[in-house]
Design a protein around this ligand. Structure first.
Ligand code: ATP
Ligand code: MG
Length: 221
């Protein structure tokens, strides 16, 4: 279980995150909803150690991790797919996925695990193509596959539906559901697209102006 407690963060003089507390349980998809600029991505960057926090604690299975470097948080099991599609455009699909394993997984391998291609059949078809040649939707799937290659305990997705066509959104939704149901990782999904979020949410959190303003089980969304 991942627990964020009393997180505060500032940019210059502005108070961007105010006393944010969130729990994400293993085997569940926890959705964080909120409009543009409310602080969703900032929250994830704090979680990953990419931004310093003013106060608060972050613990993974009861161990506090807020003092760890970003790399060590990834080694501890946090996998992050940032907003926008960060892939290595000159490397092949296969190489992009293997980078996720080589850097962060205890199990080094030169082979992409079969199940990743089963989750994303399009990546198998395209495995020798360059990342830069894929469509936006395919790149998003590649970014998720690369995060999964590190066998994370917590998969953190920042608006994976942004700029993606409905059929691919459905595919991504099915993968997220499957991963949550596997029961061995917590998923934190940041979204603005309500329908997609509602379908996947086992628990939800709504943010406004840097604060959590509502939360509950997914059924109440
Ligand atoms: P979106 O849905 O558009 O991605 P968001 O909820 O992810 O929005 P954030 O990116 O977390 O929003 O931004 C929260 C606030 O912090 C915004 O007002 C934004 O302008 C501000 N902000 C973000 N990054 C910085 C930065 N590097 N320096 C100063 N202010 C920033
Ligand atoms: Mg954002």
């Amino acid at each position: 279980m991942l627990e964020i407690k009393g997180l505060n963060q500032f940019y210059g003089g502005s108070h961007i995150l105010r006393d944010v507390s969130i729990t994400a349980e293993i085997g569940k998809c926890t959705v964080v909803l909120g409009r543009n600029g409310v602080g969703k991505s900032t929250l994830l960057k704090c979680l990953m150690g990419q931004l310093p926090i003013k106060s608060g604690t972050i613990s993974l299975n009861q161990n506090e991790i807020q003092t760890l470097t970003p790399e060590n948080r990834v080694r501890e099991g946090l996998a992050y797919v940032p907003q926008g599609r960060e892939i290595f455009s000159m490397l092949t699909v296969e190489e992009n996925i293997l980078i996720g394993m080589a850097r962060f997984s205890a199990k080094k391998s030169s082979k992409v695990p079969e199940y990743l291609y089963e989750l994303f059949p399009v990546l198998l078809e395209m495995k020798h193509r360059r990342g830069g040649d894929l469509s936006g939707g395919q790149q998003q799937q590649l970014a998720i596959a690369r995060a999964l290659a590190a066998e994370p305990k917590v998969l953190i997705l920042d608006e994976p539906t942004e700029g993606i066509q409905p059929s691919i959104i459905k595919d991504i939704g099915r993968v997220i559901r499957k991963l949550a149901d596997r029961g061995d990782m917590a998923i934190i999904l940041v979204e603005q697209f309500y329908d997609f979020a509602e379908e996947l949410a086992d628990a939800y959190i709504v943010m406004a102006r840097g604060e959590v303003v509502a939360s509950g089980p997914g059924a109440e969304m």
